[in-house]
Write a protein that binds this ligand. Structure first.
Ligand code: 13P
Ligand code: SF4
Length: 331
């Protein structure tokens, strides 16, 4: 189907869905007809997670993409996740329903500046968080996610000189638990930086039995009060297996959907951001993915994610290295 130039400028297809359409049934029908698989991150809206074939954290999404037999991967998440899929599956069509779904962490580490930093430290091994563009990954020795960063850093000798980018908060956390002294890039996630320690402690005072779940992209002061620090998948797993029945959740609030579904009898309280009256802290980029955009992107098989061939050839190595180490360690 031809995509109008006006949609190309927008970065997504904004065509109204015909009245009376059973959107969910149509999405599933198109998936079957086109041999497409829908993957979704835990931060997307609940209805997107519910219609997906697979939901996961960044590591699980990459692992799943590497093994899929589908012809089309629809990545309901942010652009770097689509890029990772495209790099791993160059012969498949990879779609992200809205090209405006970027990531503040990835944007905080432009390849040009990061390349200059790497060049200035030629004897350093470069470890990059998966929340980076393909061009930044191409400058990297090994990619990590919050699920495997600790183990991958620990797989290097204790005295290995390491550059870690772009998330300074995750880097500081990994330094603190591994006793390393990695050189950190000064990047951050605009969502996780906003969690307020004061408001979390206030919630804890109101719910003294609640356990505090924290993503390592949060500031050190918030990480310090956590009962569990981990990736979205690790926090979900903890909430299922732990005996506590109340949890204060300091990560993007989309994860509460799956937590509540998995544990209908437990209470999940979203930790609020510091500078607003909202109860939840949302990633505006993840929330750009809507059912209408998902429907249209399957219909038009657009927007596709494309990665420059030379960049992809370089970026696939550190991604594969991450997948190999993770498989060896059973992560
Ligand atoms: P996870 O890998 O823990 O799902 O995190 C992805 C992310 O973007 C966190 O902000
Ligand atoms: Fe990026 Fe932060 Fe959104 Fe995660 S929550 S995708 S790190 S902007």
């Amino acid at each position: 189907m031809i995509v109008d130039n006006k949609w190309k400028e927008l970065g997504y297809v904004n065509e109204p869905i015909p009245e009376g359409t059973d959107i969910k049934a149509e999405i599933r029908r198109m998936c079957k007809e086109k041999n497409a698989v829908i993957m979704a991150h835990y931060y997307t809206d609940g209805e997107i997670q519910d219609i997906a074939d697979f939901i996961g954290d960044s590591l699980a999404l990459a692992q799943k993409a590497a093994k899929t037999e589908a012809d089309i991967i629809v990545m309901c998440g942010v652009h770097f996740m689509g890029e990772t899929n495209k790099i791993l599956c160059p012969d498949k069509v990879v779609l992200v329903p809205d090209l405006n779904a970027t990531c503040s962490l990835a944007e905080s580490c432009p390849a040009k500046e990061f390349g200059d930093f790497v060049k200035a430290h030629p004897d350093y091994t470069v470890v990059s968080y998966v929340n980076t563009t393909a061009a930044t990954k191409a400058l990297t020795d090994v990619v990590v996610t919050s699920s495997n960063a600790r183990q991958i850093v620990e797989s290097f000798p204790q005295d290995e000189k390491i550059i870690f980018g772009p998330d300074q908060n995750l880097g500081n956390y990994i330094n603190s638990i591994t006793g390393r002294n990695m050189l950190l890039w000064n990047g951050a996630c605009h969502v996780h930086e906003k969690f307020s320690l004061e408001k979390i402690l206030q919630l804890k005072a109101e719910h003294p039995k609640a356990k505090i779940l924290v993503h390592p992209e949060c500031k050190g002061a918030v990480v310090k009060v956590a009962d569990k620090v981990g990736s979205t998948a690790a926090l979900l797993k903890f909430s299922i297996s732990d005996e506590a029945t109340e949890f204060i959740v300091a990560t993007e609030s989309g994860i509460l959907h799956e937590m509540q579904k998995a544990c209908p009898d437990k209470t999940f309280i979203p930790a609020p951001p510091e500078d607003s009256t909202c109860a939840c802290n949302e990633c505006n980029f993840m929330k750009l993915i809507t059912m209408q955009k998902l429907y249209n992107c399957l219909k038009y098989e657009w927007p596709t994610v494309e990665v420059d061939k030379d960049i992809a050839e370089k970026a696939v190595k550190p991604i594969n290295k991450m997948l190999e180490i993770s498989e060896k360690l059973g992560i």
